[in-house]
Design a binder for this molecule. Structure first.
Ligand code: TYD
Length: 194
């Protein structure tokens, strides 16, 4: 089973993803946390490119897709080994971020047609809440962590069902971590019949 956690910067994806892995482990289900950009050579290059504003959205797009194709191979291997895989970001990040950055949506087909996850959560809430979380944690912000950009991204995440024609589970993260994790875990249990 392949589960994706998406959302704008500051929405708490990493914390929630890791807690979901723990909850699954607690009930005897093997689960693994993974994330994009990955730790591969593509992912490392991407992190460098995200810390300054000289790269074009097309350059970022191409590398994100290469990173993701490699990641999908690993994900399939983990699933074959009986693990539930929870990925912190996936193809929806590329669509939302690189299109908001100016990429023509017509050029995103090779990304958008990649495998559809079994469950995709979108963690989101008011931009003010997201921004205050980013400010308390970050010393140096990445190029996408500004108010204007967060507003665009948040609006883009709302449009995903219409763009991808897939089912998304939206969770408002202006709540306690415990409540957010319990909601998401309830949805996983229902969809996986566990
Ligand atoms: P992430 O590691 O989730 O952020 P953080 O540094 O807060 O843990 O992602 C790093 C940045 O990469 C984030 O601003 C979103 C961006 N990103 C894209 O623009 N496109 C993509 O396809 C992905 C996976 C991430």
């Amino acid at each position: 089973m392949f589960i994706v956690i998406e959302g704008p910067d500051g929405s708490g994806k990493t914390t929630i993803s890791k807690l979901l892995v723990e909850r699954l482990n607690d009930i005897g289900i093997k689960a693994r946390y993974t994330s994009e950009p990955t730790a591969s050579h593509y992912g490392k290059r991407l992190r460098e490119m995200l810390s300054d504003s000289s790269s074009t959205p097309k350059e970022l797009y191409d590398l994100f897709v290469l990173d993701r194709i490699e990641h999908l191979r690993e994900i399939s291997e983990w699933e074959k080994g009986g693990e539930v895989v929870i990925s912190d970001r996936y193809k929806y990040s590329t669509y939302c971020y690189q299109v908001s950055h100016g990429l023509d949506p017509a050029l995103t087909e090779d990304n958008n047609s990649l495998r559809t996850p079994d469950i995709t959560f979108i963690l989101t809430t008011d931009v003010d809440v997201l921004l205050s979380r980013i400010e308390t944690r970050a010393l140096s912000k990445e190029i996408y962590e500004t108010r204007g950009f967060l507003e665009k991204i948040t609006a883009m995440y709302e449009r995903l069902p219409e763009i991808f024609g897939e089912e998304f589970s939206y969770i408002d993260v202006d709540d306690t971590i415990d409540n957010i994790v319990s909601k998401a875990f309830g949805i996983i249990k229902e969809k996986a019949s566990i």
